[in-house]
Design a protein. Structure first.
Length: 273
């Protein structure tokens, strides 16, 4: 029995926030439990099972060097609710000894004796997003696509945020998130979404945080066992317009933009046409 308890506690220890792969740690956020292939992987990646109050809410592939997410993957479950105001960071990007759940900067500084310098080494901090001109904090996984307060708060982590063009974020991209998604998901039992950002040549915060050149999103919707549909969009991150594409067109575009080989976002059963 003791041996069993030791085994169980070892398994639990491995159950952390920054993980080795999404296949084994939080595959439920991907269609057929299949995450995107290596075509999007940055040089210094972190796989984050986004955990708040002991529950997983979505998955993020994070670029520690650029200090922006590569993509966030979630299940679309919109509902009414308040917009949270609290911003969180990812303790385990500092090291595996820190909490497995997202925390406020304040909590890490005051309860865990961590310095702001330590937090900021491999992720963005609140100060990086101060005094921006023409840009604001753009959620990849938007809080409005979730139906309860805890799942909404979980999206307010800086590991799910990029410097996004202010007009785009409040304009055409917002229309896509709020209106097009409602229209397109009619009849869907489950809609799997992956939203990403292509790194650009510009930075904010004195070169600390990359400003993406493009923001993109892809959805795979299961209507029933025999019918699956998909769609995708991409937007240049300095113009207020969104281009609607097929999943295959987006994958081909991302293959060119990232230049790391053919990109595949979903399991092959999701239609590319």
């Amino acid at each position: 029995l003791l041996l069993l308890q030791v085994l169980v506690s070892c398994l639990w220890l491995g159950h952390s926030e920054v993980v080795k792969s999404f296949e084994t740690s939080c595959p439920q956020f991907f269609f057929r439990e299949t995450p995107p292939n290596e075509g999007l992987e940055p040089q210094n990646p972190a796989w984050i099972c986004q955990r708040y109050k002991n529950q997983y809410y979505f998955a993020t592939l994070y670029d520690r060097k650029m200090r922006i997410p590569v993509y966030s993957a979630y299940i679309y479950q919109p509902g009414p609710g308040k917009r949270p105001k609290t911003w969180l960071v990812e303790p385990q990007l500092i090291g595996p000894a820190y909490p497995k759940t997202m925390e406020k900067e304040w909590t890490l500084l005051n309860r865990y004796n961590v310095s702001l310098e330590q937090i900021s080494q491999s992720q963005a901090i609140l100060h990086d997003y101060k005094n921006l001109t023409g840009l604001n904090r753009g959620h990849l996984n938007p809080n409005g696509h979730h139906d309860d307060y805890s799942s909404r708060i979980a999206t307010f982590t800086l590991t799910n945020i990029v410097p996004q063009d202010e007009k785009l974020n409040g304009g055409a991209w917002n229309n896509y998130e709020q209106q097009t998604m409602i229209r397109r998901t009619q009849g869907c039992k489950t809609t799997y979404v992956i939203v990403g950002a292509v790194p650009g040549n510009n930075y904010i915060a004195k070169g600390r945080v990359n400003k993406p050149s493009y923001i993109w999103s892809a959805a795979c919707c299961v209507v029933d066992n025999n019918y699956i549909k998909a769609w995708a969009v991409i937007a240049e991150n300095d113009e207020n317009q969104v281009q609607l594409l097929s999943l295959g067109e987006l994958e081909d575009t991302l293959t060119e933009l990232y230049g790391r080989g053919q990109v595949s976002l979903f399991d092959s059963d999701c239609p590319r046409e």
